[in-house]
Design a protein around this ligand. Structure first.
Ligand code: LMR
Length: 333
C-alpha cells in the first residue's frame, strides 16, 4: 500500500514537470463586470478577449465574468485592488466609494448634449487627469467605453418633475445621482445592479434610471410599466486594471494588450448607439412597457429642475474640473 502511494506521488510529480516543460502557463486576466453579455460593455469585453488571445498567441487568457457572476458592485473595486480580479469596467458613477469623486462629473445632469462632446472630455485632458488619480489607488485606467444617455422608468407615467415626487428610485453609488433624484422630489436608494430587477419586482424601489440596453437586457420591462426618454444624463465606463499586475507584464504582452484594448474600445463605442436604439424598439415591441417621449416643454421642465445639481456638487466634484468640462461642451451654467 505504502509502495503504491509513493509510486503515485512520484508519477504525478513527473507528469506535472512534463506539463510545465511542454506548455507555458498562460497569463490569466479575469475581467469581471455586472451587465449582460448582450450589451455594449458585454460585447466589448468579449471582443477584447478575442483580440487579446489572438494577438498574444495564447500567452494571455482572458476570462470574462459577466452579470455580476464573480463580483457585484460594492465588491469588485476591492477585489481589483487585492488582485482577485485583474480587469473591470465599472460605470463612471461608481468611483466615489473609491475616493475619486471627480468621476461624478459625468453624472451631472445635461452636462453633455451628445457623445461628440463627451468624447472631447474623455479623450482630452480631463479624461487623462482622472485616470492619473487612480494610480495612487493601485489602479490603471486603460479606456473609456460608451453606453448611452439614460432613461427613467417607473410604474406610473413620468413626464415632469412633479411625477417623481415620493418615488423610491434606485441609483448607483454616486452622490450626484442622489442629488439628482432629490431635485425631482424622489427618494434615492443606492443598490447593486444585480439586485435591481428583484427590488423593482417586489416594490423595494418604484423606479430607476439606466441606458435602454441595460433596461432591456435585465428584463426590466417585466416589472416597469413606463419608460421615459429623458436623456437626462450619460452612462459610460472606465476599463481599469490592477496596477501591479499591469506593470509586471512582459513589455511585448502589454503592448499587444494595449492594441487590443484600443480596438475593442472602438468596437464598443461604435456599437453602443445601435444597441441602445434596438433596445428601445425591443421594449416597445414587448408591449409591456409604455415608452414616453417628452414634449419640448416637459424636457425643459426636467432640465430646469435638475441643473441645480451642478452647483450643489461643485465642492464634491471640483469647481475646476466642472469648468474644464463646460469648456468642451455647450452647457451654459
Ligand atoms: C448600473 O449599475 O446601473 C449600471 O452602471 C450597470 C452597468 O455597468 O452598466
Amino acid at each position: 500500500m505504502k509502495f503504491r502511494f509513493a509510486l503515485a506521488v512520484v508519477a504525478s510529480a513527473i507528469l506535472a514537470a512534463a506539463g510545465v516543460a511542454s506548455a507555458q502557463q498562460p497569463i490569466v486576466i479575469k475581467f469581471s463586470h455586472v451587465v449582460a453579455l448582450d450589451t455594449p460593455k458585454g460585447k466589448g469585453a468579449e471582443y477584447f478577449k478575442k483580440l487579446a488571445e489572438e494577438r498574444t498567441k495564447g500567452r494571455v487568457k482572458v476570462e470574462v465574468y459577466p452579470n455580476s457572476s464573480l463580483f457585484k458592485d460594492g465588491e469588485e473595486m476591492e477585489a481589483l485592488q487585492l488582485g482577485s480580479v485583474q480587469m473591470l469596467a465599472p460605470s463612471l458613477a461608481k468611483f466615489g466609494p473609491l475616493g475619486v469623486r471627480e468621476f461624478e462629473v459625468f453624472d451631472l445632469p445635461y452636462i453633455f448634449d451628445n457623445t461628440a462632446e463627451l468624447h472631447k472630455v474623455t479623450e482630452g485632458a480631463v479624461g487623462k487627469s482622472l485616470f492619473k488619480k487612480l494610480e495612487s489607488k493601485g489602479i490603471v485606467g486603460l479606456a473609456y467605453w460608451d453606453n448611452a444617455f439614460k432613461v427613467m422608468s417607473a410604474n406610473k407615467p413620468i413626464r415632469v418633475p412633479a411625477d417623481y415626487k415620493g418615488l423610491k428610485m434606485r441609483i448607483q453609488s454616486s452622490k450626484v445621482l442622489g442629488d439628482e433624484m432629490k431635485a425631482l422630489g424622489a427618494i434615492p436608494q443606492v443598490m447593486a445592479f444585480s439586485e435591481v430587477y428583484q427590488a423593482l419586482q417586489t416594490g423595494v424601489v418604484d423606479g430607476t434610471e439606466n441606458p435602454p440596453s441595460n433596461f432591456y437586457t435585465q428584463k426590466m420591462q417585466e416589472v416597469q410599466k413606463y419608460l421615459a426618454l429623458t436623456d437626462h444624463g450619460y452612462l459610460g465606463y472606465a476599463v481599469i486594471v490592477n496596477k501591479k499586475f499591469w506593470d509586471g507584464l512582459p513589455a511585448d504582452i502589454r503592448t499587444a494588450l494595449e492594441g487590443a484594448m484600443k480596438d475593442a474600445t472602438k468596437f464598443a463605442n461604435d456599437i453602443s448607439k445601435k444597441e441602445n436604439d434596438d433596445a428601445i424598439e425591443a421594449v416597445r415591441k414587448s408591449g409591456k412597457t409604455e415608452i414616453i417621449t417628452l414634449t419640448p416643454e416637459q424636457k425643459a421642465a426636467m432640465k430646469k429642475a435638475l441643473v441645480v445639481v451642478h452647483k450643489e456638487n461643485e465642492s464634491r466634484v471640483g469647481k475646476d474640473i466642472i469648468a474644464e468640462v463646460y469648456k468642451e461642451t455647450d452647457f451654459k451654467p
